[in-house]
Write a protein that binds this ligand. Structure first.
Ligand SMILES: [Zn+2]
Length: 153
């Protein structure tokens, strides 16, 4: 095998710094508020002030009735596994140490679905409608990112 110093700098493994996980980059104030509310360790979703429908992703109008009125309601954080895939290839270097990991869609008790990651899973418990509970993973210096773990029924 070649000495590492014979390799071009990009191919040398020593001295390479693994970048941190990418953080959400909110595109507008209502999305910004969703992530800010996660920082206290609870999930909040918008609820229509007219028809009562919960919604996610954050947006300015209700998709059902068109009302611009809404409030932020604290979620139970409980839901079920709606869909998932076991990912064996890290498409970002920050995830290389965690493969295989589960990219999932969770359906919350409030009826909304969100894309997330499942933690503390094993192949035996992966199943549709697996009960899950939100937990917050610290990413970067102090950003709290919602992920989900299996829970008792
Ligand atoms: Zn509505």
């Amino acid at each position: 095998m070649k000495d590492e110093q014979d390799l071009p700098p990009k191919m040398r493994t020593s001295g390479q710094k693994v970048p941190g996980k990418p953080l959400p980059r909110p595109q507008d104030p209502v999305e910004q508020e969703f992530w800010e509310r996660c920082q206290d360790g609870h999930l909040y979703f918008q609820r229509c002030g007219n028809c009562g429908l919960f919604r996610h992703l954050p947006r300015y109008m209700c998709a059902k009735c068109g009302s611009p009125e809404y409030s932020w309601e604290r979620s139970s954080g409980k839901g079920t596994l709606y869909s998932w895939t076991v990912t064996h290839q890290a498409l970002h270097p920050a995830f290389a140490a965690e493969i295989p990991f589960v990219a999932a869609v969770v359906e919350l008790e409030e009826g909304v679905r969100m894309a997330t990651r499942l933690i503390d899973w094993n192949r035996e418990n992966l199943a549709l409608d697996l009960p899950v509970q939100v937990e917050f993973e610290t990413v970067g210096d102090d950003f709290r990112l919602p992920v989900f773990r299996p829970r008792e029924r």
